[in-house]
Design a protein around this ligand. Sequence first.
Ligand SMILES: C[S@@+](CC[C@H](N)C(=O)[O-])C[C@H]1O[C@@H](n2cnc3c(N)ncnc32)[C@H](O)[C@@H]1O
Length: 198
Amino acid sequence: MNREVWNERYRGADLVWGSGPNRFLVEVADSLTPGRALDVACGEGRNAIWLAGNGWAATGVDFSAAGLDKGRRLAAERGVSVTWIEADVTAWEPPGEYDLIAAMYVHLPAGVRRTVHATLVAALAPGGSLLVVGHDRTNLTDGFGGPPDPDILFTPEEIAAELAPLTISRSERVTREVETEHGMRQAIDTLVLAERTA
Ligand SMILES: C[S@@+](CC[C@H](N)C(=O)[O-])C[C@H]1O[C@@H](n2cnc3c(N)ncnc32)[C@H](O)[C@@H]1O
């Protein structure tokens, strides 16, 4: 989906992804000492805002101005400070080094995704952690929701291979309960956590 489609999606009053953080991010960040965090393709900022509220110096980057505006409003309501950057992450150099980088549900064509992951690996501070979570390819047939295009979905093995210069500490499929009008459904995500140990 291009920038205009995302802007259109974010123009409504409701938060598309809700105001609470992703639970896998919380689980990972809670085990780390807060430092500088980058939320890549942050959307309406739910994860960056949670990080900022939990001691992190958080930056959120997204190419949707409408998403970032909602992030600014939510951060102000919560009384937290986040650095917001409007940029296309496929052609962007992060302005610094980060102790935690989170790429949550960023679905790009595989070639572009590999380039973005290389950029994120390079932006990780020594000892820093990179968390990638997104809809697993098996979600298409066995799970709920997510994009229908298999080419932009991924697997733990593919993501772990792309983060190769890092030490992989988790590479797995995880499930997430989703509340729908027909009751609870299960979504299947890829989760890869990697650290710069050298
Ligand atoms: C499924 S949403 C996830 C938002 C957020 N990470 C979350 O979990 O709440 C995907 C986000 O990726 C952003 N995005 C997609 N392609 C992008 C690109 N090339 N550069 C920057 N942001 C992009 C969209 O604007 C959208 O906010």
